[in-house]
Design a protein around this ligand. Structure first.
Ligand SMILES: *[C@@H]1O[C@H](CO)[C@@H](O)[C@H](O)[C@H]1NC(C)=O
Ligand SMILES: *[C@@H]1O[C@H](CO)[C@@H](O)[C@H](O)[C@H]1NC(C)=O
Ligand SMILES: *[C@@H]1O[C@H](CO)[C@@H](O)[C@H](O)[C@H]1NC(C)=O
Ligand SMILES: *[C@@H]1O[C@H](CO)[C@@H](O)[C@H](O)[C@H]1NC(C)=O
Ligand SMILES: *[C@@H]1O[C@H](CO)[C@@H](O)[C@H](O)[C@H]1NC(C)=O
Ligand SMILES: *[C@@H]1O[C@H](CO)[C@@H](O)[C@H](O)[C@H]1NC(C)=O
Ligand SMILES: *[C@@H]1O[C@H](CO)[C@@H](O)[C@H](O)[C@H]1NC(C)=O
Length: 532
């Protein structure tokens, strides 16, 4: 069946290639030759090492950065040292001799990789998006079926033989990016460090992924571009507000969780991690949590979980409804983060009201955010047909895009003043026009601005993967092996490196359902250990 589908496509060779999983074949152009090595000695000059930027963020981040890379002449040592987990990888340049672990002070069970990696399995969509930005997406060989990027959706589909990371044969890939440390798989690479960091710190993990592909120079430039775009925009927002004496809209981040196993149905009003930073940098402010805790102290169905979110239970009870009305009374903008299975375009203001048990006939009177243009936002501006959002793929890598999207809705005057008309892509508004100017019965009939739902049909070339381009060692001018003093990078395809993919392809959460599940579970567990 898969073979038939392949024949229907033009990319017969690519399809057949994929039909037989086999050990990755090293393109010798990736490697350094011994002749050249004897002349240069060092294949990782300082221009091709990661640079570190001092990042100041509002979010409390106790550890400045949780990964380190030390460079030798022909190898690099990548370490992740977090409070709960740590891991060390030895990466050595292909064409050079594999270092002896004991001679460089590493334990015998250190995972060793010959780089650049050739064929990887990517269970984590953030890693996939970083690879896209680095111009090495052609080396994705297996990918999570929850991916949004259309060509990656195609790759994981049955048309391409189901190249899902869930079933990547161990010997068919030389690296497996996943969320967790897996001590048992010698080629697994952990990329879990992004969850609780501030947005810019998390985005710097592009440099971590880059090390596995010798793309540090590209990563340094891409991160600087993202960093500058983010800080320029947040500075513009701040100066506009100061100069024009603009008040900060109150922004509430809501999450609805259906009953799941032993975890009861609940509504979370979130205050933790990246939300403070994004809200304030976009010109808004979170609700006053201390005041709410006071006012709600006697509501038995309202708890505070260990990460500081308000959690509401017994959603049908009038007390819970009253608590939610209290929380939302002064809110100008609600961001509904909750998961919608299937076609997210069909989620409207009415769906939101039903999900959060808000009375449709009084909602517009009760809540000013429902009377406000752009008062109700979703993080599903772009998604796949299963409802997995591009936010989970792209948000970690592109805080500049996230901030721009949020400013579009929270402080639009700043972008108007700069004549910036870039459309949002990760965030969308369910109330895109002023309710008073649309229909007599107001906002509840509005269908929202719709989301972009991407499927494999949106992949332009309909090919199973692409031809793997070499990544020449940094000591070559070109891939002919000619020694030069200057160095050049493999050029970037038109839609990546410093640029986001136009087709959209985010997570926090890197949302494989497993992770989502674990996060929900953690949230649920945290909520049961509540405290005031
Ligand atoms: C990694 O963590 C383990 C267990 O917490 C600890 O024994 C070990 O020393 C740590 N290794 C490094 C390199 O930090
Ligand atoms: C790793 O292998 C050990 C021993 O076989 C097993 O107990 C453990 O569950 C495995 N861990 C993972 C993450 O698969
Ligand atoms: C909560 O209950 C206590 C004890 O009944 C009472 O003293 C307090 O005023 C109540 N607080 C609020 C905010 O209603
Ligand atoms: C709450 O109300 C909804 C809709 O009105 C209903 O489907 C659901 O069964 C109710 N849940 C409980 C626990 O009573
Ligand atoms: C999703 O729903 C919208 C609105 O109903 C529709 O226009 C669109 O075609 C649907 N997309 C997919 C992929 O089903
Ligand atoms: C919704 O509000 C209307 C108007 O106050 C009221 O008549 C109706 O009973 C309410 N519905 C629910 C389900 O509480
Ligand atoms: C991305 O590429 C498009 C098309 O080439 C271009 O119009 C856009 O300005 C680029 N964006 C960035 C941030 O470089």
């Amino acid at each position: 069946m898969a073979a038939h589908n392949c024949l229907l496509l033009l990319a017969v060779a690519a399809c057949l290639g994929f039909a037989h999983a086999a050990a990755p074949v090293r393109n010798p152009v990736d490697c350094v030759s011994s002749n050249l090595l004897s002349i240069t000695g060092d294949v990782y000059p300082s221009t091709h090492q990661i640079t570190r930027q001092s990042i100041q963020e509002r979010t409390t981040v106790t550890v400045a950065q949780e990964f380190e890379i030390a460079y030798g002449n022909t190898y690099k040592i990548v370490t992740i040292a977090k409070s709960d987990t740590n891991e060390t990888y030895l990466l050595y340049q292909c064409g050079t001799t594999k270092p002896v672990l004991s001679q460089i002070g590493l334990p015998e069970d250190t995972k060793v990789f010959s780089v650049p990696l050739q064929a990887v399995s990517v269970a984590d969509t953030t890693a996939m998006y970083f690879m896209d930005m680095l111009g090495v997406k052609d080396r994705v060989s297996y990918v999570t079926p929850y991916v949004v990027d259309p060509c990656m959706q195609l790759l994981s589909s049955s048309v391409c033989g189901g190249r899902s990371s869930d079933n990547a044969p161990a010997d068919a890939v030389d690296g497996k990016f996943g969320f967790y440390k897996d001590a048992n798989a010698s080629n697994s690479i952990m990329i879990s460090a992004t969850v609780e960091l501030g947005p810019l710190h998390a985005a710097e993990y592009i440099k971590y992924v880059a090390a596995f592909f010798n793309r540090e120079a590209v990563a340094n430039r891409a991160f600087t571009a993202v960093y500058n775009a983010y800080t320029d925009l947040s500075a513009s927002v701040l100066s506009y507000k100061t100069n024009n004496n603009v008040a900060s809209p109150v922004v509430a981040w809501l999450y609805y969780q259906a009953k799941y196993s032993s975890s009861p149905e609940q509504i979370q009003v979130k205050f933790h991690s990246f939300r403070v930073q994004y809200t304030e940098d976009a010109g808004g402010v979170l609700p006053n949590l201390a005041q709410l805790k006071n006012v709600l102290a006697n509501y038995t169905d309202v708890k505070v979980n260990t990460v500081g979110d308000l959690v509401l239970y017994n959603l049908n009870s009038t007390n819970t409804a009253a608590a939610l009305r209290t929380i939302l009374a002064d809110v100008d903008i609600v961001i509904d983060e909750s998961y919608v299975p299937g076609n997210v375009s069909q989620y409207t203001v009415a769906s939101f009201l039903a999900r959060y048990r808000l009375n449709e006939s009084t909602a517009a009177t009760d809540f000013k955010f429902l009377r406000t243009q752009n008062g109700l936002l979703r993080l599903d501006g772009t998604a796949n047909a299963m409802g997995t959002t591009a936010w989970f793929e792209e948000a970690v890598a592109r805080p500049d895009v996230v901030l721009h999207d949020l400013v579009t809705f929270i402080m639009p005057v700043v972008l108007q003043a700069a004549n910036d008309k870039t459309a949002p892509r990760l965030v969308r508004s369910l109330i895109p026009v002023a309710p008073s100017t649309t229909s007599a019965d107001g906002l509840l009939t509005l269908s929202g601005s719709g989301a972009t739902v991407l499927t494999s049909a949106n992949c332009p070339l309909q090919r199973c993967g692409s031809t793997i381009q070499p990544i020449c060692p940094a000591v070559y001018l070109d891939c002919s092996g000619k020694l030069v003093t200057a160095t050049v990078e493999r050029p970037c395809p038109p839609t990546n490196c410093l640029n986001g993919t136009s087709g959209g392809a985010a997570g926090r959460a890197q949302a494989t359902p497993l992770l989502l599940f674990v996060m929900l579970l953690v949230a649920a567990m945290a909520a049961t250990a509540w405290r005031w």
